[in-house]
Design a protein around this ligand. Structure first.
Ligand SMILES: [Zn+2]
Length: 249
């Protein structure tokens, strides 16, 4: 009996460990210590169409659907994220979309070619004014940097664009995880994360806002989530179409 009990406990423990590995730090059931601010941010994330199961607490952030990051200290917009209106987006169009300044943190100097390739993909979308530009100045819209601690299966993470028209201001790349991927896949990760900073969510996620006229699933979408190291390496026809709808010339 005792042996059986031990075995059961071991199995239970192993299950917990497996769950922890795949889902990272779940929000604790005991939310008593959560501040009002945290609850506001959580309510905002849910209003954007995400479910509790998709939201993972990670340090000072909430991470949604693997790689979309919300700071716990973010300013929650007055409309609380209610949709304005597939490819999917968060409703927050970046205002200075033809001059989005990207600062390259020295930590990611080893991937400048990949960053340039990613920027080139967005900058050459037909009929769209989207332009990322690399800056070395102190004023920038997005900082891209290495963070090798974001999870054993997470290639990168990014903030979404904000309700006051700013690009998501940080992209984190898990260099240790992706460095053995092909060049195409490495730049895919960066292209994908830049997509989040200009409002794109995951195309293969159902609870989001359709880009008007460009709805539905798209197996070729570079903005499909959960495809680190295996997903599309170039923006699909529908990705480009959606970009041109949100950021027309
Ligand atoms: Zn993503």
């Amino acid at each position: 009996m005792k042996h059986l009990l031990t075995k059961t406990m071991l199995i239970a423990l192993l299950s917990v460990m497996v769950i922890s590995c795949s889902k990272k730090n779940e929000i604790p059931a005991d939310q008593e210590n959560e501040t009002v601010q945290n609850q506001k941010v959580l309510a905002y994330i849910k209003n954007l169409g995400f479910t509790d199961a998709q939201i993972v607490e990670s340090g000072n952030n909430y991470v949604v659907d693997g790689d979309i990051v919300f700071s716990k200290t973010m300013e929650v917009p007055a409309d609380n994220g209610k949709p304005i209106t597939e490819q999917y987006y968060n409703g927050n169009i970046v205002t200075n979309s033809s001059n989005i300044r990207v600062k390259i943190d020295p930590s990611i100097n080893g991937m400048i070619s990949e960053i340039n390739s990613a920027i080139n993909q967005w900058n050459t979308v037909p009929n769209s004014k989207i332009k990322f530009v690399i800056t070395t100045g102190t004023i920038y819209d997005i900082l891209i940097k290495v963070d090798n601690t974001i999870g054993s299966s997470t290639c990168g993470q990014a903030y979404l664009s904000t309700s006051n028209g700013k690009a998501g201001n940080t992209v984190w790349i898990n260099q240790n995880l992706i460095q053995n991927n092909s060049f195409a896949q490495r730049q895919r990760t960066i292209t994908h994360e830049f997509g989040h900073t200009i409002s794109f969510k995951h195309t293969n996620q159902s609870t989001t806002i359709n880009v008007p006229g460009v709805g539905g699933t798209d197996a070729l979408s570079l903005m499909n989530g959960g495809q680190c190291g295996s997903g599309a390496t170039v923006l699909s026809a529908k990705d480009k179409q959606a970009t041109a709808v949100l950021y027309p010339l």
